[in-house]
Write a protein that binds this ligand. Structure first.
Ligand code: TMP
Ligand code: ASP
Length: 246
């Protein structure tokens, strides 16, 4: 960690990242940890070098998205595990996009793992650990006054754009973007920015060249499901991204 950061400036420590204040009230520093949790922190562990990998993966994917007109909170990546980001008010809604059925969708609906979803699903979850991040509906969002219908439309459109850009990019890396979670925030001008991270922690990524259901997993499901070689999966994602961008 850089010397400039000390515990007095720590604003918030989450499950995978720490947020620090800086001298500039509009700028925060995000520090990526190796800690991993799953199932609302019922399962805990560490993934070697995960923080550094996720920081790099997020940096590259944000760069790609910025080029395609999707604004993010990233200002600059300042070290292996740190990025300076714009301070935003986080919208308390996790936006999940699903191209292929997996995870909670299969559990809750019985849709078979691997079923192609056409069109892709855009879902909203309440960002609230105490409640276990429950699935929301548009009516629930309105009843809870979490955001306006107009802002929800913007979130949906942005999530669909991110999906188009990232699905195409990952396909070029021979990786299938199965699903992913996004978070958004508004800056001091009210602009909606992509925030948090996009990494193997927050996406399901399958090796397109690998038919074996267990071996193809390159993301946090390796940790969630005790598939082994967790760090190797994350590292392989980064290497494919880097070789595609070079
Ligand atoms: P799910 O199938 O468990 O609902 O997850 C959908 C996607 O969202 C998957 O790519 C993992 C990601 N995700 C997070 O990033 N954070 C979370 O807390 C959860 C539950 C899922
Ligand atoms: N990040 C969430 C948690 O800790 C859930 C998950 O990714 O599975 O608990």
């Amino acid at each position: 960690m850089t010397e400039a950061l000390n515990s007095e400036q720590k604003l918030y420590e989450g499950k995978a990242k720490i947020i620090y204040a800086t001298d500039d009230p509009e700028v925060l520093v995000t520090y990526f940890k190796d800690d991993a949790t799953a199932f609302n922190a019922q399962k805990k562990g560490q993934i070697a070098n995960k923080g550094a990998i996720n920081c790099k993966v997020t940096t590259h994917l944000y760069g790609l998205l910025e080029k395609k007109g999707v604004s993010t909170h990233l200002i600059e990546t300042t070290s292996d595990r740190e990025m300076r980001v714009k301070r935003v008010d986080i919208v308390p809604i996790e936006v999940v996009v699903r191209n292929i059925a997996a995870g909670s969708l299969c559990k809750q609906t019985g849709i078979k793992l691997g079923t192609k979803l056409e069109p892709s699903l855009v879902e909203f979850y309440y960002k609230n650990d105490d409640l276990g991040d429950p699935l929301l509906t548009r009516d629930r969002i309105a009843a809870m006054a979490l955001t306006s219908a107009q802002q929800l439309d913007r979130l949906t459109e942005k999530a669909q754009t991110v999906n188009r850009v990232l699905s195409e990019f990952f396909a070029s890396c021979e990786i299938t973007l199965v699903d992913f979670k996004l978070e958004f925030g508004t800056d001091k001008n009210g602009e909606l920015l992509l925030a948090d991270e996009i990494s193997p922690d927050t996406c399901r990524l399958w090796d397109t060249t690998e038919p074996d259901e267990r071996k193809r997993v390159m993301d946090k499901d390796r940790f969630r499901q005790d598939l082994g070689d967790v760090a190797e999966g994350y590292q392989a994602v980064l290497e494919r991204i880097l070789s595609q961008l070079s």
